[in-house]
Design a protein around this ligand. Structure first.
Ligand code: MG
Ligand code: MG
Length: 247
């Protein structure tokens, strides 16, 4: 069941989303060779708490940190730890916050220092595939239009979209209906309505789309070891298009 949000609920979600966006921006400024992923996580958690919000990921199904930090061939759900960032890596940071019971969720992939042209293209294409998906999120459109727009943009650049993980509705829970695949027919899925709030999140691989879970039980990696990127926004559906809450 897809839960429709009132304008008042969406304004609470906008506050959550704003703190998510501010945290991601602050993290982006601090990502550099030599910083450890647990230091990044601590910066994020401190900022989220300072804004009167709670980190949504910490304790979620037992996840031990406030952010997911995934490097190179890690797609999503990387656990912060003692690893130091190294020039040439791409680093995906995914985070959520709770404000007055409402969730916001966003992710971005950042370059560490100078990266290869192939990795730069992967980041740009993944960001543009999110924008393409968001541009189809409007009342009256089928949800499949979002999924299809993401897939077409990513695959036409020679990349693949992860099939095993999806975007999601969001509200008083981090994961609500509907599921939002990053591939599929524009004719599929429910018709979007004003008041739906969606976390759209393409995960795009440089190589094959297949992924697997590492022995830590959390980290998702590409099977072929090629790099992967992830961008996500939480958006509210309106008659005129998507209202991005995580900016
Ligand atoms: Mg997320
Ligand atoms: Mg999400």
């Amino acid at each position: 069941m897809i839960i429709i949000k009132t304008d008042a609920q969406i304004s609470l979600m906008r506050k959550a989303g704003k703190v998510v966006a501010e945290t991601l921006r602050m993290i982006g400024e601090n990502l550099k060779p030599g910083i450890t992923t647990s230091e990044i996580d601590r910066l994020a958690e401190e900022y989220i708490l300072s804004q009167g919000c709670q980190p949504a990921f910490k304790g979620y199904h037992g996840f031990p940190a406030s952010t997911c930090i995934s490097i190179d061939d890690e797609v999503v759900h990387g656990i912060p730890g003692k690893r130091m960032l190294v020039e040439g890596q791409i680093v995906s940071v995914d985070l959520g916050v709770i404000y007055n019971g409402y969730y916001g969720d966003s992710a971005a992939t950042f370059p560490i220092g100078k990266i290869s042209p192939e990795k730069m293209k992967l980041l740009e294409v993944t960001r543009r595939s999110l924008e393409a998906g968001i541009s189809e999120a409007r009342a009256g459109n089928k949800l499949g239009k979002v999924s299809n727009a993401v897939q077409i943009l990513a695959e036409s650049a020679g990349f693949s979209v992860v099939r095993d993980l999806v975007g999601h509705g969001i509200g008083r829970a981090m994961h609500e209906d509907p599921q939002i695949p990053n591939y599929g027919s524009p004719e599929e899925g429910p018709v979007m309505e004003k008041g739906m709030v969606l976390a759209i999140e393409p995960m795009v691989n440089m190589g094959d789309y297949k992924v697997q879970t590492k022995a830590d039980g959390w980290t998702i990696v590409t099977v072929d070891g090629a790099p992967s990127a992830h961008f996500e926004h939480t958006v509210a559906v309106t008659e005129n298009g998507a209202d991005i809450l995580t900016i």
